[in-house]
Design a protein around this ligand. Structure first.
Ligand code: NDP
Length: 454
């Protein structure tokens, strides 16, 4: 029988790795975790958390503008970028400290260095040249932004990794891509006051989202002054005295101070030693796992973005937790419904979505009923703004089950979290209808839509 130094060695201190390590240690396992950058991972350090703080910052000018319709006068609004950046960095550091404390107090040993696989049960810590023998190894190294290598002048772009370190708010920004990150950062920059262009190869933003949310967001972005260059690609980027000159495939020319490339993320698997040990990877280098997060090597597991399934923080956390329970505690049901997981995009206005899109639901449900509403929220009346809210409820006419919920507008992320509970519990349209409305709210529309559109 082999002697192991630890029961679980986690490579990667992000959402999935930290959760797995803490839960495993809580079950009494001897756990070590290696992180080469900062504990907390993409979400805490250069993703969800600092991004959401920027989103919040970007919304104040709109609030101040709306406030005038409510009688407020003379409110100054001038952004102090260093103050904002320092505030965000201090919050990120605070959270990082909490993550570290949480790990240490659970008894997890943290190695602040890179770790690579050297065998089915062994890991080498690169800087200290230490080998650790582990009964189980978990790879939770996440992903990294894809860099536009084949683009002429692509080296002039920054990614979401660098965007939080900008020394000043750029006056002119071009964002490349039409996914979560591109859409969110276009909204952030525009809200903060940058002249913003979003350039995307597709005709629609946010592939995979319900069509009406896609078009509603595009309309809202245009109304808020964001220039959408859709159906085009970047032909070249050149650095000049005026700034970066970006030419697109349709002859468009943009002069900007920053080009943010947000064309997707790739699993962080390079030089991890996977090949040598025989851990199989698929497209884009993603680690292949079974339903129990086990790789092709029985003692090695992987969770989160490194498996490139549904790259969302709560998914990684759920997977890490389920794995730790399965290995050291009471195995819970690890099955996750990746298809209908709720998700939100922190654009302004926000998108919240749970269940199937109308397009997907049409394929699956013969008797689909579509309920929708598009209205001006109360605050827009006095504010005299063009703000709108769009909601859609999709119902399987045969069973009355709600199969999809989509919201575009203020607080859509908060609303969809609650609506997702009902959806998860198998709510029917009749039950939605019998729920008493809370008035006057935007959310009451979700329980007062009576007539299907088609
Ligand atoms: P996405 O996969 O969401 O979007 C990538 C975008 O880049 C798509 O619009 C895609 O176009 C486009 N694209 C891909 N390759 C190229 C190329 N070679 N040239 C031009 N355009 C290209 O990735 P993101 O980087 O936005 O985000 C990564 C992941 O992070 C997301 O999938 C999401 O899981 C997660 N995330 C979640 C957030 C949240 O929950 N709010 C926030 C931020 C990130 P096309 O559609 O045509 O393929």
């Amino acid at each position: 029988m082999q002697d192991f130094d630890v029961d679980l060695f986690v490579i990667g201190g992000g959402s999935g790795g930290v959760r797995a390590a803490r839960v495993a240690a809580g079950h009494g396992a001897r756990v070590a975790l290696a992180e080469e950058y900062r504990v907390g991972g993409t979400c805490v350090i250069r993703g969800c958390v600092p991004k959401k703080l920027l989103v919040l910052a970007s919304r104040f000018p709109g609030e101040l503008s709306d406030s005038q319709g409510f009688g407020w006068r003379g409110m100054a609004h001038q952004l102090n970028w260093p103050a904002l950046s320092e505030g965000i960095e201090s919050e990120v550091s605070r959270l990082e400290g909490l993550y570290r404390k949480g790990l240490s107090s659970s008894g997890v040993h943290i190695y602040d260095e890179r770790a690579v696989l050297t065998g089915p049960h062994s890991v080498q810590l690169v800087r200290s040249d230490t080998t650790v023998k582990a009964r189980h190894i978990l790879i939770a190294t996440g992903g990294a932004p894809r860099t536009p290598a084949d683009l002429v002048g692509g080296h002039h772009t920054i990614t979401s990794n660098e965007v939080f370190a900008l020394k000043a708010l750029p006056n002119r920004v071009l964002v490349l891509g039409g996914g979560y990150i591109a859409v969110e950062f276009a909204g952030i920059f525009a809200g903060l006051g940058s002249t913003t262009t979003l350039l995307h190869r597709g005709e629609r933003l946010l592939r995979g989202f319900d069509h009406e949310l896609q078009s509603g967001l595009a309309d809202a972005y245009r109304r808020s002054g964001i220039h959408l260059a859709l159906g085009v690609t970047i032909a070249s980027i050149e650095k000049t005295n005026e700034g970066f000159v970006v030419l697109d495939s349709a002859g468009g020319r943009y002069v900007v101070d920053v080009v943010l490339s947000a064309t997707g993320r790739l699993p962080n698997t390079a030089t991890l030693g996977l090949e040598g040990v025989g851990v199989e990877t698929g497209e884009n280098g993603a680690i292949l796992v079974d339903a129990g997060f086990r790789t092709s090597i029985p003692s090695i597991f992987a969770v989160g973005d490194v498996t490139d399934r549904l790259n969302l923080t709560p998914v990684a956390i759920r997977e890490g937790h389920a794995l730790a329970d399965a290995l050291f505690g009471t195995p819970a049901d690890t099955a996750l419904d990746y298809e209908s997981a709720p998700t939100a995009v922190f654009s302004t206005p926000e998108l919240g979505t749970a269940g199937l899109t109308e397009e997907a639901a049409r394929h699956k449900h013969l008797h689909l009923q579509v309920f929708k509403t598009d209205f001006r929220p109360m605050r827009a009346t006095l504010a005299n703004s063009s703000e709108r809210i769009r909601m859609k409820v999709l119902v399987d006419g045969a069973t009355d089950l709600v199969v999809g919920l989509h919201i575009l507008g203020r607080e859509a992320a908060e609303l969809i979290q609650l609506a997702a509970v009902a959806l998860q519990m198998g709510v029917t349209k009749r039950q939605l209808d019998s729920t008493l409305a809370v008035h006057p709210t935007m959310a009451e529309e979700l329980v007062t839509m009576r007539t299907p559109i088609h």
